[in-house]
Design a protein around this ligand. Structure first.
Ligand SMILES: CC(C)(COP(=O)(O)OP(=O)(O)OC[C@H]1O[C@@H](n2cnc3c(N)ncnc32)[C@H](O)[C@@H]1OP(=O)(O)O)[C@@H](O)C(=O)NCCC(=O)NCCS
Length: 181
């Protein structure tokens, strides 16, 4: 495992406060473990614009990242009181860029800051990466909620790419520059 990745794992564990039904909960973000998979599968199956067709592909990627941490990593957000996993994010390490492959918050925990907490963790990882300069993510041009989410987390739109994943799919690419430590 690259040294910079070892050190980024050491800083996983910051606590983020979120408010659910007026009750404050603590959210932490940690590395994914293979026994987490059933919870991720459940999250994927219930997520808007995801569902059954995505399960095998997401599983394949989490397995590849577990075996090859230099390619990428999967992180999970969990409630420190209950231990319940409330979201996950997968990032790939590309040349000078961290690319967000997937981000999903559990459908019962939307709009409680879980997504933002996971993005903040990716920023921390990026800041300690030896050469990464940007975080990049793309989303469907019809997914306005996701575009608003990325903008609210500090991303700006870099491009609109017609026919990106299939002939009828058009993606918007968002980037944000990493602030070096
Ligand atoms: C996109 C997603 C990950 C956001 O996760 P989340 O945990 O609900 O996001 P947060 O609570 O951290 O939201 C942070 C901010 O993003 C913006 N935001 C989040 N969801 C939004 C929505 N549905 N509509 C408008 N703005 C939204 C808001 O500014 C929000 O702050 P606020 O709640 O104080 O107003 C979540 O909607 C999700 O899992 N969607 C299904 C899967 C998906 O589409 N993933 C993205 C694929 S590209």
């Amino acid at each position: 495992m690259p040294l910079w990745l070892v050190s980024s794992n050491l800083i996983l564990g910051a606590i983020y406060l979120s408010c659910v039904d007026g009750v404050k909960v603590h959210i932490e973000v940690r590395d994914y473990r293979s026994e987490d998979w059933p919870f991720l599968e459940d999250i994927i199956l219930h997520a808007e614009n995801f569902g059954e067709g995505f399960v095998n592909y997401e599983k394949l990627r989490t397995d590849v990242f577990l075996k090859n941490p230099e390619y990428g990593t999967t992180l999970v957000a969990y409630d420190t009181e209950s231990g319940k996993i409330v979201g996950f994010i997968a990032i790939q390490f590309e040349w000078m860029a961290l690319v967000i492959c997937s981000i999903i918050t559990h459908h019962k925990h939307l709009r409680h800051g879980v997504g933002r907490a996971m993005i903040e963790k990716v920023k921390e990882i990026g800041r300690s990466h030896p050469i990464a300069d940007i975080i990049r993510v793309d989303t469907g041009d019809f997914m306005e909620y996701a575009q608003q989410f990325y903008r609210s987390c500090g991303f700006e739109q870099a491009a609109y790419v017609p026919h990106y994943m299939s002939w009828n799919n058009h993606q918007m690419i968002f980037v944000q520059r990493l602030q070096r430590q």
